[in-house]
Design a protein around this ligand. Structure first.
Ligand SMILES: Nc1ncnc2c1ncn2[C@@H]1O[C@H](COP(=O)(O)OP(=O)(O)OP(=O)(O)O)[C@@H](O)[C@H]1O
Length: 335
């Protein structure tokens, strides 16, 4: 860290250094103006207003500040995923963040994005709150879970995943929503093996460029150069954030192919300094000879360091790596 601080000083980087002792995959969350919560999402959504209507069946996973449960609606026996975010009422930043996630989820309605059927505050305690999101249940788990089991995926499956994520990004970007946290654990798989984008905890609706100070959020390992070091890579006010989602998609697809986080050597500690050097100064990893030229070119377009030259979502949707391969629907279902 001392070395990096020195290097940063020499290069006059103004990137704020993270607090000491953060875990390798730390996330930065920003405060934003509060959004109003409402339980009504879409007219066709089940009208679930409280925890009493749901039976908890299992814990599906844990994330930043919350737990996700598999639940059954008592009345209909339908199965959902319930994401419960716990916070103290004086932790205003988390409340704002959760409100922002709820507002974004209310707006999105796409087959490429995990559906949210309702949001409510469980109101169990006066000093702390539990904000509950009733989500479409994705029984195949996350791409992260799949990679833990299978380690690597074939190009035909990666191509199908890339196409679905790009379709999801096309939809979100069309609504001026930047996801900002595309990574394997935020790509969920349903019973048909279809991948969808989830988790809008750090997403933002943009008008023009990102809000000041808002570029440094999300999971640092998947962060693009212009978000890691906006001064050197011409990010911040010049950048609308959409290209950062493309970078994160490229890192994620490469991880599916290589079987480990691709920007640093396997076994290397992914601390902040190492990631910063790899993302902002390092060369993209060389793909093994077995990778097809189409895949290589797709990754190259996603991992272009200068976001102004990086492939756009529309360009990548018509890239041969995405268009030429037959789809492998169901290929990701764990059964
Ligand atoms: N709709 C869902 N259906 C099935 N499983 C889910 C669903 N949503 C989340 N999960 C599971 O719960 C885990 C935790 O999800 P959560 O969104 O809270 O955090 P995360 O994305 O893993 O981490 P972070 O909070 O750092 O983004 C996921 O990795 C996934 O395995």
């Amino acid at each position: 860290m001392t070395l990096v601080r020195e290097r940063r000083r020499q290069q006059a980087l103004r990137l704020p250094l993270p607090p000491q002792n953060l875990s390798p995959y730390f996330c930065y969350r920003v405060q934003s103006p509060s959004s109003l919560l409402s339980s009504s999402i879409r007219p066709d959504s089940p009208d679930i207003k409280g925890l009493a209507e749901l039976e908890k069946l299992a814990v599906l996973g844990h994330g930043n500040g919350g737990t996700v449960y598999k639940v059954r609606q008592r009345r209909s026996s339908s199965i959902y995923a319930l994401k419960v975010l716990r916070f103290d009422h004086d932790a205003i930043g988390i409340w704002h963040q959760a409100g922002r996630e709820a507002e974004i989820l209310k707006r999105v309605d796409s087959q490429f994005v995990v559906r949210c059927h309702g949001v409510f505050d469980s109101g169990t305690d006066a000093d702390s709150g539990e904000l509950c999101f009733v989500m479409e249940y994705m029984e195949g788990g996350s791409l992260h879970d799949v990679l833990r089991l299978r380690r690597r995926l074939p190009e035909s499956v990666i191509s199908d995943v890339a196409r679905r994520v790009l379709e999801g990004l096309k939809y979100l970007h069309g609504m001026k929503i930047v996801h900002r946290d595309i990574k394997p654990s935020n790509l969920l798989i349903n019973g048909k093996g279809e991948v969808k984008i989830a988790d809008f905890g750090v997403s933002q609706v943009v008008a023009g460029s990102l809000e000041a100070g808002d570029s440094y959020v999300g999971t640092s390992a998947y962060m693009s150069p212009e978000r890691f070091d906006s001064e050197k890579w011409n990010g911040g006010p010049n950048d609308d954030g959409f290209a950062g989602d493309v970078w994160a998609l490229g890192v994620t697809m490469l991880e599916c192919y290589m079987g480990h986080f691709p920007l640093i050597a396997p076994g290397q500690k992914p601390d902040w300094a190492t990631l910063m050097c790899a993302i902002c100064f390092g060369e993209p990893p060389k793909l093994v000879e077995t990778a097809s030229p189409d895949f290589e070119s797709f990754i190259q377009r996603c991992l272009e360091k200068d976001w102004r030259n990086r492939g756009t979502v529309l360009e990548l949707l018509s890239h041969p790596f995405v268009t030429k391969r037959c789809t492998s629907a169901g290929g990701l279902f764990l059964g």
